[in-house]
Design a protein around this ligand. Structure first.
Ligand SMILES: NC(=O)C1=CN([C@@H]2O[C@H](COP(=O)(O)OP(=O)(O)OC[C@H]3O[C@@H](n4cnc5c(N)ncnc54)[C@H](OP(=O)(O)O)[C@@H]3O)[C@@H](O)[C@H]2O)C=CC1
Ligand SMILES: O=C(O)[C@@H]1CCC=N1
Length: 267
């Protein structure tokens, strides 16, 4: 496995991916490259992971076999214009930006190019990422296996039809943010009743982690798991009734809809 993987843009998501790839020992750190417009984050990531860094996006384009475009979506046009004539013929370009469609970016490259659209999330940092992957027609089965292995360095993956990518952003790419809000709110409730804040975060986060594991590991319907916690006349059903009265489910669904709509309308 002698491929070089390069990241153009070295912010939060690239850092999470690089951390996962390095820690899994998938490839040597010396074969991972990263470029960024400013030097601070680059120096930090080089010091933390012993990867190669550069301020020159073209170096990544010319040398790497997999090029991850990890800049913000609005910079895709500018960065692709800069690199399109320098990407190696057999290289795979991986787009991780919200809302960036394969077809639109094939047009930007204006040449035959292997394009992967992926939507990861930041729990990659702790090897609990979830990534959805779609590919264009030039990506071979062997390429797919490599890309799958790369994303599996830091979590689970699923190949999905590209039409589902905006929904993926709503349910997993962006959802760590709203899950943190839920955990923060749970902890606030405990703090209100006298629990020290640090301890409250531990209880809240472990409860959410455990509940998530129950779904993934038992395959039981979430509603059945909820019912198993809710004793008749007990404490939980009081909380459940209160959440229903406040429109909890509807608020979450509306949040996912807002996220998906934003993703659909980005370019
Ligand atoms: N954060 C997340 O949870 C997720 C993000 N994504 C996607 O990942 C992408 C990056 O997001 P995120 O990491 O959060 O954003 P960040 O802002 O943290 O990172 C983007 C990086 O790109 C750098 N950059 C800007 N312009 C250039 C350029 N012309 N050449 C090279 N580097 C450049 C920025 O440098 P500087 O700061 O110095 O300007 C910054 O470090 C986005 O497209 C986003 O949609 C996908 C899934 C989850
Ligand atoms: O907020 C964003 O646009 C990015 C995409 C998914 C998570 N963060």
């Amino acid at each position: 496995m002698n491929k070089k993987i390069g990241f153009i843009g070295c912010g939060n998501m690239a850092r999470a991916m690089i951390s996962g790839i390095v820690h899994s020992k998938f490839i040597e750190p010396s074969t991972i490259y990263a470029s960024n417009s400013s030097s601070g984050k680059l120096n930090q990531i080089r010091d933390d992971f012993c990867i190669c860094t550069t301020d020159d996006n073209l170096k990544i384009a010319k040398e790497c076999d997999v090029v991850v475009l990890s800049v913000k979506p609005h910079l895709y046009g500018k960065v692709i214009d800069q690199i399109k004539d320098f990407i190696k013929e057999e290289a795979i370009v991986v787009m991780i930006a919200a809302g960036q469609k394969i077809e639109d970016n094939e047009k930007r490259f204006n040449r035959k190019i292997k394009l992967v659209r992926a939507m990861p999330n930041t729990p990659a940092l702790v090897n609990e990422g979830m990534t959805a992957i779609s590919v264009n027609t030039l990506v071979t089965d062997e390429d797919k296996r490599f890309i799958q292995s790369m994303f599996e360095c830091f979590g689970k993956i699923e190949f999905v039809e590209e039409r589902l990518m905006d929904a993926v952003t709503g349910v997993s790419g962006s959802s760590p943010a709203y899950t943190y809000m839920f955990i923060e709110a749970l902890a606030d409730g405990a703090v209100l009743h006298g629990m020290p804040r640090k301890q409250a975060y531990t209880f809240a986060a472990q409860a959410v982690l455990g509940a998530a594991k129950m779904i993934l590991e038992t395959g039981t319907h979430p509603g059945a798991l909820k019912d198993a916690v809710s004793s008749p006349g007990g404490t939980t059903i009081e909380a459940v009734a209160s959440l229903e009265k406040s429109g909890f489910r509807s608020a979450v669904i509306e949040a996912v809809i807002a996220c998906v709509e934003k993703s659909k309308n980005m370019n």
